[in-house]
Design a protein. Structure first.
Lengths: 266, 273
């Protein structure tokens, strides 16, 4: 049984079909990448799957629970790292984790050990008691991943996990995501528009455009399907998402939000 | 210390047999989150003390010379009003934190965690209550210095603290509801400024209801701040001054807060979109 399955999942904003009858299934234990240009509907899919946004129609099941009728169980089964940098900068790394350990009802006697372990796992032991304000962008991202993994979720959602990071920090985040999957068996569901990221990390990818999935499969399969032996995932993307990689903007709000995130990541 | 895969029984956490206890525990965690932030940077509380000091030391000193207010001792009368006012000011802008958290993405993580939305609201309200308690200390100290006849009777002090907590919870929740509706900092600040003074003037904080023109009296009787001031004025000073009675004051504040919290819980998810 797949760990995540969407059925005709749809979200309409006014006249815009942000997500149009999306039906995908994700097997447990892998890294699944949802790719697409800005405005393709990736973040809307994540918001619906993480119970933040009710679908207009259709539904999805995660770990056997329905996202609409069993949202409480779904919330316990998932972890979520939003696109924005969402660790609180006026608290220490430890405090950021402590608050979420409590919100996820971690038993008191396990809390301390698990927080220390998580920080160590993400390479943040040294910065444990420093204010997050003093962290670099890559460190904040790793802290957030630690934060979302405290309750050992079955599925971890990462929305554009490396946006705005420099190449070194990006690589480090990729490595940690891979280790998470190996260590805890977590299924990882991420969105990205970096093809290199998708190619090196994901076992399966879906290419989304204008709210629908245009192609789905392992990166290798998709590359072979083009019939060109030198094809890269970029070519696959252009093939299925047209020439919209640069042109589809995503609106002022999205661009300004990304810039803000990028600035915070420094 | 290698951990096994998915080592914890997820559904069993938080003791679901006690949902009510879990509800209050989560609210306390949210309050803890706010209070820890305050502990790293408490300057806000220091600056908050300036305004009540001006009201008590300047406004109060001058106005205590005016005759014909029907108030035996205006400084005593004013002290309770200024405590209520500081609580109002601290709480009414507290909702902006949720707009910050929305812009930073923190609110999304709270909403994805297994935490009741009403508990999130209650937690925010409780943290406003904690800030407001710091004002109690400052205003009692200032009042004592200028010779206000304070009631040091422990049960009366306890009622003052509970009233301050309820008053802060009411206006903090009110503020959150506005934040959920307007969603941007600019509009929130605009509405906050517009709301604060009318709430203050249409209450018995600095003058008795008996002095008001009839139309204003009607509004004052519907203003929760009036009931907060009434409870404080009955318990903070000797002799206490009551327009209503402490039972009615508490009942109005409690019910108004509970209703707003339920509304806030329903609206919370709006900030994620």
């Amino acid at each position: 049984m797949p760990i995540l399955e969407t059925r005709e999942l749809t979200r309409i904003f006014g006249d815009l079909k942000a997500v149009d009858r999306l039906s995908i299934s994700v097997e447990a234990g892998g890294i699944f990448g949802l790719l697409g240009p800005n405005g393709a509907g990736k973040s809307t899919v994540i918001k619906m799957l993480t119970t933040l946004l009710p679908p207009t129609s259709g539904t999805a099941r995660i770990d056997g629970y329905d996202i609409i009728r069993q949202s409480g169980q779904v919330r316990r089964a998932i972890g979520y790292v939003p696109q924005l940098l969402s660790a609180d900068s006026s608290l220490t790394g430890y405090e950021n984790l402590l608050i979420f350990a409590k919100l996820y009802d971690l038993p008191r006697k396990e809390r301390e050990g698990r927080i220390r372990y998580s920080l160590e796992f993400m390479g943040l032991s040294e910065a444990t008691d420093q204010l997050v304000r003093t962290y670099s962008g890559g460190m904040i991202r790793r802290l957030e991943i630690a934060q979302s993994m405290l309750h050992r979720p079955r599925v971890l959602f990462l929305d554009e996990p490396t946006i705005g990071l420099d190449p070194v920090a990006r690589k480090m985040v990729w490595e940690h995501i891979g280790q998470l999957r190996e260590e805890f068996g977590t299924t990882i569901f991420l969105t990205t528009h970096f093809m290199e990221e998708a190619d090196s990390l994901c076992h399966r990818v879906a290419i989304m455009h204008h709210g629908t999935v245009r192609a789905i499969g392992a990166p290798e399969e998709l590359k072979t399907s083009l019939g060109d032996p030198d094809a890269t995932l970029d070519d696959v993307f252009l093939h299925y998402a047209g020439d919209t990689l640069e042109s589809s903007g995503g609106g002022f709000r999205e661009v300004s939000r990304q810039r803000r995130t990028a600035r915070r990541l420094g | 210390m290698r951990l096994v895969v998915n080592d914890a029984p997820r559904a069993g956490w938080g003791n679901p047999a006690w949902p009510l206890i879990n509800f209050f525990r989560k609210a306390l965690v949210i309050a803890e989150f706010e209070i820890r932030k305050l502990r790293h940077d408490p300057t806000e509380l220091v600056f908050r003390a300036v305004q009540p000091a001006l009201w008590l030391l300047v406004f109060g000193q001058v106005f205590s010379r005016i005759r014909g207010t029907g108030v035996a001792n205006y400084q005593d009368f004013l002290a309770a009003g200024i405590l209520a006012q500081s609580v109002l000011f601290i709480a009414i802008f507290s909702g902006i934190s949720v707009i910050w958290e929305r812009d930073l993405g923190i609110v999304h993580k709270f909403l994805v965690s297994p935490t009741s939305r009403v508990a999130l609201v209650l937690g925010k309200a409780a943290s406003a209550g904690a800030r407001a308690l710091s004002q109690v200390i400052i205003i009692y100290l200032l009042s004592w210095l200028i010779g206000v006849h304070l009631n040091w009777n422990p049960p009366a002090l306890l009622v003052v603290l509970v009233t301050v907590l309820l008053g802060a919870a009411f206006f903090a929740t009110f503020s959150l509801v506005i934040a959920f509706l307007v969603k941007t900092r600019e509009r929130f600040m605009g509405i906050g400024q517009v709301m604060t003074m009318p709430l203050f003037f249409a209450s018995n904080a600095i003058y008795p209801i008996a002095m008001m023109p009839a139309w204003l009296r009607v509004i004052a009787h519907g203003n929760p701040l009036t009931y907060e001031v009434d409870a404080l004025r009955g318990m903070m000073i000797v002799p206490g001054i009551h327009t209503y009675n402490i039972g009615l004051d508490m009942a109005v504040l409690f019910c108004a807060t509970a209703v707003l919290m339920l509304i806030g819980g329903r609206l919370y998810a709006r900030v994620a979109t």
